[in-house]
Write a protein of this length. Structure first.
Length: 236
């Protein structure tokens, strides 16, 4: 009888140990995959924000049309401008002495550069997939919003300034599609998550901004992925 109890206890202990291991490993695997997916989504949002910024310079406003933005990236060109900070001594008449002044030298390269190369560099621009986040064999579109707001500056009611703003976003749950549902539910609500919201976004619907709502650990992951891509390209 004692031997049977010992066997039962050993089997129970092994079973519990396995369940604990699987639970911990499941959490580790979820976090690893989560960060990979966040990095993929955020990198696309960063590219989108830069494209919107260049589009606004050329057209005076942002666009809420993904097709319009993709066509602009694929066909438009921009001037490549280099800026170099420097300093020199300049005579200050009020003080009667030479003082150090900082200034910026702006060299404009006349030959234009394609918007596509300006944004992506050596990375491939996939026209069809841009604006879509690939997840679990699916493609989820980034939602684009663009608008403007007129506001009075100072006390003069005729002094109106128009502010333009845009936002690109995707539901966090979509980015985590196919992963453990309970873990996804906790992650969406988790205030300590690298993305403290139920959406991943860049820009704003109410004010001019190019900021995103992700943490620096996502930026670090993106850099790791880019370094990995560069090493892979060098091996070819």
């Amino acid at each position: 009888m004692k031997n049977i109890l010992k066997v039962i206890l050993v089997v129970t202990a092994l079973g519990l140990a396995f369940l604990i291991y699987r639970s911990i490993q499941g959490y580790v695997d979820f976090n690893r995959e989560k960060m990979e997916r966040y990095a993929t989504a955020v990198e696309q949002l960063q590219d989108l924000a830069l494209a919107e910024k260049l589009y606004k310079v050329a057209n005076g406003e942002y666009t809420a049309s993904l097709d319009t933005l993709k066509n602009y990236i694929n066909t438009a060109k921009v001037l490549n401008i280099s800026r170099k900070d420097s300093s020199a001594y300049v005579f200050d008449k009020s003080k009667g002495i030479d003082v150090m002044k900082n200034f910026t030298i702006v060299d404009t390269i006349v030959s234009p550069v394609s918007v596509k190369d300006s944004i992506f560099g050596n990375r491939d621009f996939n026209y069809r997939n841009f604006g879509y986040i690939p997840v679990n064999g699916k493609k989820f579109p980034i939602e684009l919003y663009a608008s403007f707001n007129d506001r009075v500056v100072g006390n003069d009611s005729t002094n109106i300034q128009r502010d333009y703003f845009f936002m690109g976003s995707i539901d966090k749950a979509k980015v985590l599609d196919g992963l453990d549902e309970e873990m996804v539910s906790r992650e969406v609500e988790d205030e300590s998550s690298p993305i403290k919201s139920d959406i991943i976004k860049v820009g704003s619907k109410s004010r001019p901004s190019l900021e995103g709502n992700w943490g620096t650990d996502v930026d670090v992951k993106i850099q790791e992925k880019r370094i990995k891509r560069m090493k892979s390209e060098l091996k070819k």
